[in-house]
Design a protein around this ligand. Sequence first.
Ligand code: AMP
Ligand code: ZN
Length: 759
Amino acid sequence: MTDTERIRALRETILRHDRLYYVEARPEISDYDYDRLWSELERLEAAHPELITPDSPTQRVSGAPISGFEKVRHDPPMRSLDKTYERGELAQFDAFLHEKMPDAVWDYTVEPKVDGLSLSLLYRDGLLLRAATRGNGEVGDDITANVKTIRSIPLRIPTDAALVEVRGEIYMTREGFAALNRREEEAGREPFANPRNAAAGSVKLLDPREVAQRPLDAVLYGVGALSGVTFATHSAMLRTLAEWGFKTPPWQRLCMDIEQVFHAIDELGARRHTFPFEIDGAVIKVNQRTLYPRLGSTAHAPRFARAYKYAPEVAETRLNDITVQVGRTGVLTPVAELEPVHLAGSVISRATLHNADMVQTKDIRIGDWVQLSKHGDVIPAVDAVVPGKRPPEAVPYRFPDHCPVCGSEVSKLEGEVAIRCINPDCPAQRVGRLELFVSRNALDIAAIGSRMAEALVQAGLVTRPLDLFAINTETLSTFKLISEDGSERRFGKKANDVAQALANAATLPLHRWLTAFGIPGIGETAARTLSALFPSLSAMQDTALLEEILAFYAAIERKLSPEDDRDLFMGEIVARAEALKPHGLILRDDPERSIRDRYLLTVKPEMARALFHFLKAPYATDLFARLAALGIDPKPEIKQASGNALAGLSFVITGTLSHAREHFEALIRDHGGTVQGAVSKKTSYLLIGENPGGSKYNKAQALNTPMLPEAAFMALLSPTPQAPEMPPPEASKEAAGKPLQAPSHPDAYVQDDFFGSLK
Ligand code: AMP
Ligand code: ZN
């Protein structure tokens, strides 16, 4: 098989699996096997850039950041829908149609009205040419690069039609929305008001790589411009869209008459919260598209359809009080204490007010009547004050300028909306830190729940999480907890579980401990990446490497700043990168790319900065001393077993190997070697698989670079025969808690946040 054929075959296969996974939600292969296909394709394309086509799955995140969006004209315009909240008006709609077309026969379709933002997709000769927002209906924004990152949208559709414009809605899944908002709030940024705003904000990001991180999806339910294809009915069109690989409305009804339509909208109303997207109504359409020309449209909307909106799920109630909660990182969150009220199937007595800014902008006062809404399974939120119901004595709410828990000063960091208690001894923060410390991704001490955490802090037994180690099991088992109903119970046997978990803690890998420390901005993923930089926890006290990383990023920033001479700092950047290479944290060095993209490091600047600041604080000094006293010095997960067999060697990889390329990159780094993107005089070996890329192969031949087949490469890693006391490689790797061969997943080595950015 030639490379051209292999590339084509890979694309077809990936396309099929994309569809199975993203559209039909029934994957047939493991992530691991999928990643292998993907990296093989990437590799072949890198070797043959001339064979890259715009519909290749690798091109989903290929656009460079832009400074603005081009305008596109919609022909035909993207109209809105006439809406109603009344069934009577739907009956009038039906009567109007009968009056207008006395001779015709038709039925209706009913489908959900997706609450996202309208999208137009233009396919020429089956190839996705352009994606656009609705804008004002006549003119919208070209968001092609961003929309390509949505994996359920086919880049090519199997049709002979010269032109097909497919229309629908982009949305953010409810789950994705909740997770995104949690991340935004934790980062001190303003959360999005609802999934639709979040989706709209996401498609308007200027960098497709960021868009690719957002949980966006799309449902397609219509067509615009068509040439070379027609559809007799709406339902037939939806079927064809589905055949072409689009996600179409997951719920549809075909109704013989308006009575059946009423029935369908009741049915849909009852399950409106069961969809992955928000719906704000039902759309009723005449099924026979052949009748559309007879009906025409108004300036605003087509005459063949109506939207029926469900009464919004909002509630009004009295705001009895505003309390302020303090989280682990000291962030103060205002909470509305409400007169209990029914909303979307549950009784609500508390709702988040997000942050001080929001309370102030909306001028929410204690005693006000407020409007609440609940977006699916998202936490209820106060949307607005009900006008005209404010009691005369209500005064503007003053956000506390001291922490409600510890009374110390609060402060607002630049660029953040969050107000924080800056006292590290704040009991609320202590509880939060303890909760994190015992959480599953950290030390996993399940016996300590949030009530116990609070009690331990309150009793003065724990001021810092490490105090847990000083409490003896006897004390702990007799410790009394007060439950909600006021009754007392003893901690009892659970004390043994705690003791056991603590005894085991010293053997946990470094990243679990780093997570447990709760360093702002360092979650589990960052902890894994950072832990790979150090041989042990105690070694972190030497921050030289972190400083080098920060200096490297600072050099890039300086170079990118417009005031400076473009070439002035290039030499410094390259020199700094070279110095970092032996540490295995450079994943990509591709001189062909722009300076912003040339290097890809495992460690992002924010991570390095966060860890650096943490390590420089007095808190850390004390922490290290205490851990040393406890004899705890965690080690990173993989490095230990690997050794430095490849120290000082640099590799370029080409061709198909037995595992995904990332697997071998990780192996090389874990053994102290470095990975390069292109063969140069400095390359020690070309690791060569099947179907090697032409340019790398030729260059290596020209430069006389030694070429290593996979088996020879693996032999480089193995212990030498002169060391018989060493266990065989597999056993030593197992001993580190992680097999290095299959069935492991490449993500075990490559952290998903930069892995994602590579895709
Ligand atoms: P509105 O945005 O409230 O004016 O409602 C009109 C919009 O509803 C259309 O422009 C579409 O973007 C959107 N919409 C959502 N679901 C559907 C659907 N199933 N059929 C037609 N339009 C829909
Ligand atoms: Zn405080």
